[in-house]
Design a protein around this ligand. Structure first.
Ligand code: SF4
Length: 449
């Protein structure tokens, strides 16, 4: 069986899909691989490969980590029409299967994938049984627990562009936290009218509820379910591939990793696991609140010759107003303090601390947003200039605000639609907030979009 996912073509693993393929193979005896589809792939070659691959096996194809890609949804549809049983798992499976609310009254909205997916499952793969895969038109909802199956066969990953290519994974992932602790933070925010609709004068400010960051798909989909046991962390690190006797770099999945970083390094050493590099994807408030712990952990890492890389920090914006709208729970001053801490520590730890853009980091910077105006632009440009953020922090390209239909911002867009009659375009599972269609014009999505 193949699990299709989005993939950038680089040599990083896809933890969720690779765990699922490993589970299917080891626990359900279904030989499974993961095929990451790169953007601009050859559809003709892919369909030829799929035809050959499934010549002598049951036609079940799974999809995970769609990343909002309409071309992957089209692929699922084509396989379904060709007689495949289609399965959807991974992030947002429940929401993507079910689609947006009130599609009868608002036919331009995303109707969900239930017409092209036979079985959708939400939650960890562990609870899946063979019979589940034979079902038709069902949604299985399994609860998250701390004791989930986390074995990974790192050799089961391939990518597809013009042809199938095996991936020697050079950046793995280790799951430390299930969901995100910040997703527990409930907030209500009044969001102003998107700048491109202000001239109309009939679009109100709206109150929106959020848990965690308002744009985040993890916060609503998964919430927070605690950390995995230390023993499971060790097993995951021990199972990573090695190069020259040391484990490949891995991304630690934990938005608040600083306080436990030193312990992780010590545990690895106690179990004879030779680490090379730990990549962190973390929040600014964790770095600011625990800079002493960070310093200690970095000293330890330096003595063991382990690199620690801040691969992606969620700065997201350098305007206080925008940070508030995004419900980030941080201010510009806190973002700047975090940058200064990193620069200071870089002076001390040198090549054992990586955080700069030219060292491979790609920090969160969301722009444009629906609320950018002269004031936010001036505030951001001033902060960026004063603190020289283009030197080391800002990525080459910012990321436009993405609104997944099932995020809290999706609720906001739908409120605008229902109170004003404006409709916004839909592409894949995303809402095009920058694309309000003229009143009365309702572009119908293709089936399943
Ligand atoms: S964006 Fe990051 S910090 Fe914010 S809720 Fe999502 S996972 Fe947590």
């Amino acid at each position: 069986m193949i699990i299709f996912t989005h993939h950038s073509g680089e040599s990083h693993g896809i933890l969720g899909a690779q765990v699922a393929a490993t589970f299917l193979h080891r626990k359900l005896s279904i030989h499974s691989i993961v095929v990451g589809i790169e953007r601009n792939f050859s559809k003709e070659q892919l369909l030829r490969f799929i035809g050959e691959h499934y010549e002598k096996q049951e036609k079940i194809a799974a999809f995970s980590h769609l990343c909002g890609r309409a071309d992957l949804i089209d692929l699922a549809r084509e396989l379904k029409e060709d007689g495949f049983t289609t399965v959807l798992g991974g992030p947002q499976a429940r929401q993507d299967y079910s689609g947006e609310p009130d599609t009868d009254s608002f036919p331009h909205r995303f109707k969900g994938l239930n017409s092209i997916v036979d079985v959708a499952f939400q939650g960890p793969v562990d609870s899946l049984i063979l019979e589940d895969l034979g079902g038709k038109r069902r949604l299985l909802d399994y609860p998250w627990t701390r004791d989930i199956f986390l074995e990974v066969d790192w050799s089961n990953l391939y990518t597809f562009s013009e042809g199938l290519r095996h991936v020697d994974v050079r950046l793995g992932q280790v799951l430390s936290t299930i969901g995100c602790a910040y997703a527990c933070k409930r907030q209500t925010i009044v969001l102003p009218v998107p700048v491109n609709l202000q001239e109309r004068g009939d679009v109100p400010e709206l109150e929106v509820k959020s848990q965690g960051c308002i744009f985040c798909d993890v916060s609503r989909d998964k919430g927070y379910h605690g950390t995995v046991e230390t023993e499971k962390l060790i097993l995951q690190m021990a199972a990573l591939p090695e190069i020259d006797g040391r484990k490949i770099p891995f991304e630690l999945i934990d938005e608040y990793p600083i306080r436990s970083l030193g312990k992780l390094i010590e545990e690895a050493e106690r179990h004879g696991i030779e680490l090379s590099q730990i990549n962190l994807v973390c929040r600014v408030d964790d770095i600011n609140a625990h800079s002493a712990d960070l310093e200690e952990a970095l000293s330890l890492a330096q003595r063991r010759d382990i690199k620690v890389m801040f691969a992606s920090i969620g700065f997201e914006s350098f305007s206080d107003r925008l940070l508030r709208y995004l419900c980030k729970g941080i201010t510009v001053a806190e973002n700047v303090r975090c940058v200064e801490t990193l620069r200071r520590m870089k002076d001390r730890f040198g090549s054992h601390l990586l955080y700069r853009r030219d060292e491979g980091a790609n920090h969160g910077f969301i722009r444009p947003t629906p609320w950018d105006d002269g004031e936010t632009m001036r505030e951001m440009d001033r902060t960026i200039f004063l603190h020289r953020l283009f030197e080391d922090i800002l990525p080459d390209h910012s990321t436009p605000l993405i609104i997944h239909h099932a995020s809290y911002l999706g609720d906001w867009i739908r409120q605008i639609e229902s109170t004003t009659g404006t409709t916004f375009g839909r592409v894949g599972t995303w809402i095009e907030w920058w694309n309000p269609l003229p009143q009365g014009e309702r572009r119908m999505p293709a089936e399943g979009r």
